[in-house]
Design a protein around this ligand. Structure first.
Ligand SMILES: [Fe+2]
Ligand SMILES: [Fe+2]
Length: 141
């Protein structure tokens, strides 16, 4: 694992975290119906975690000599509450799986501090994924 590749991959992760902040912020505004207050709070409660992930990644990219991206990956279009929860589930599943790969890359690069931080982020994203999956489990069709 060379430094350039690691920086590029961390920038892909940063773009996804910036997207997550936008996704949760806009979805929180869009939820409707009798559970709107709970869903709004559920989405907004994720924003600080994702923002901290983005901040960590931006700092690490600069520390490694790279330039942090300012372009988020596109947020999945979703209209209904269920579609939004499903899109969140997919994004969190992707994030958790991606950070497992990235932690192994950090290990191969020889940066154990980065590896440990990325493993922490696997834990965060796994928690987000599990909470979302439990909300969807009994969601009426
Ligand atoms: Fe995140
Ligand atoms: Fe997350």
């Amino acid at each position: 694992m060379d430094k350039k590749t690691l920086i590029d991959h961390l920038n892909e992760d940063l773009a996804a975290e910036l997207s997550a902040v936008i996704q949760y912020t806009t979805y929180a505004a869009k939820v409707t119906g009798p559970y709107r207050p709970q869903l709004e709070q559920f989405f907004l409660a994720e924003v600080p975690d994702e923002q901290m992930h983005a901040q960590f990644l931006a700092n690490k990219i600069v520390a490694l000599g790279g330039e942090p991206t300012t372009t988020p990956t596109p947020v999945a279009a979703a209209k209904t509450n269920r579609d939004m929860l499903q899109a969140v589930l997919e994004a969190e599943t992707r994030a958790a799986a991606g950070y497992i790969v990235r932690a192994n890359e950090a290990d191969a690069f020889g940066d154990i501090g980065l590896k440990v931080q990325l493993e922490d982020m696997v834990r965060d994203e796994t928690g987000h994924r599990e909470e979302t999956e439990r909300i969807l489990r009994d969601w009426p069709l």
